[in-house]
Design a protein around this ligand. Structure first.
Ligand SMILES: [Zn+2]
Ligand SMILES: [Zn+2]
Length: 331
């Protein structure tokens, strides 16, 4: 764990969250309502701005395709505020919920595995609802707008998605006993691997990674998740360990004869920052405005994307179900 530990210390140090971690380790979580506690939450702003400045200089000189351009704009837009809210969300939830934890894990390898499985469960919940509840889809759809896969897609997120995701993941982990230091370690590994699975076909043509495709979630699985092909829609919600996809029946392997089409089904301009970022909110607003009665208006907000008050639903479940029925009947 030495190298990992050093790496972890470096990242934590750079992000300026070491003070918050120190406070956490005292076990007295009420300090987050004190001056020192608040300062420890605000402290990460400056290092993040510095990182932003560095990347601005590095990247902006050679803008690439429209995917890179829009994702970079999103990155700039989010980096400071989204990250800060997410870190604040994580620390606040730890402070609030730690007293209600069922038990406490320790820093051992088997608790690490337990923690990772619990974290993946929290990730599955956040991600599944991000696809199945229209309001949460508004937060998540920015990530699915790119019509090509490359590492910049990692940064394509609506700024309120990180706090929403971390609220769910942190709540699940803390209540199920994952101790904060272990949680931060898992978060670091998971965000690194979560970025890697967006590696494009230019750098890794076959994302299956050999036998690993049977054991863990690979770039191939995540490419399938980003596809709008009927068979691939709303599958592979996990991040590294895809056990929960297998448990809940959302596991789908990449088929050799089905070329992935990236993007979302709504007609949109994926090169337009405003459409990528706010397009789903606009579409939801229009549907709510035209829906008759309060009940229908509310249902548009909480039902899956594609639900219609007229009964002519176009949800991914129906589209995929129709595809599977037609496909199976041909065989
Ligand atoms: Zn998704
Ligand atoms: Zn993704």
């Amino acid at each position: 764990m030495d190298i990992l530990g050093t790496l972890y210390d470096e990242v934590v140090g750079f992000l300026g969250i070491s003070q918050a971690l120190e406070l956490l380790q005292t076990g007295d979580y009420s300090v987050f309502s004190t001056y020192d506690g608040v300062v420890s939450l605000i402290y990460p702003i400056i290092p993040l701005l510095l990182l932003l400045e560095f990347i601005l200089g590095l990247v902006y000189k050679k803008p690439n395709t429209k995917v890179y351009k829009v994702n970079f704009l999103i990155y700039v837009f989010n980096r400071f505020i989204g990250r800060f809210i997410a870190i604040a969300m994580v620390t606040l939830i730890i402070g609030w919920l730690q007293p209600y934890a069922l038990f406490q894990t320790k820093m051992t390898w088997y608790w690490f595995i337990y923690g990772y499985i619990v974290w993946e469960f929290g990730h599955f919940l956040y991600h599944y609802w991000g696809h199945k509840v229209r309001l949460f889809w508004c937060l998540h759809s920015t990530h699915h707008a790119p019509e090509q896969m490359n590492l910049s897609v990692t940064h394509a997120h609506f700024f309120l998605e990180a706090p929403y995701a971390d609220a769910i993941r942190t709540t699940v982990c803390i209540l199920l006993g994952v101790e904060p230091v272990l949680l931060f370690l898992i978060m670091f590994i998971d965000s690194t691997y979560g970025a890697f699975i967006h590696i494009g076909e230019n750098m890794m043509k076959d994302g299956r990674m050999g036998f690993l495709n049977k054991v863990i979630l690979t770039p191939s699985h995540h490419r399938v998740h980003h596809a709008r092909n009927p068979l691939y829609m709303d599958t592979n919600f996990c991040n590294l360990l895809n056990i929960w996809d297998k448990v809940f029946g959302t596991y789908q392997e990449e088929q050799h004869d089905i070329q992935i089409e990236y993007g979302i089904t709504r007609k949109m301009n994926s090169g337009n920052f405003l459409d990528v970022y706010f397009g789903e909110f606009v579409a939801l607003f229009k549907d709510v405005a035209k829906a008759p009665g309060l009940k229908n208006k509310l249902l548009y907000i909480i039902m899956p994307p594609g639900w219609s008050h007229t009964g002519e639903h176009q949800t991914s479940k129906l589209v995929r179900g129709t595809y599977l029925r037609e496909h199976l009947s041909k065989e």
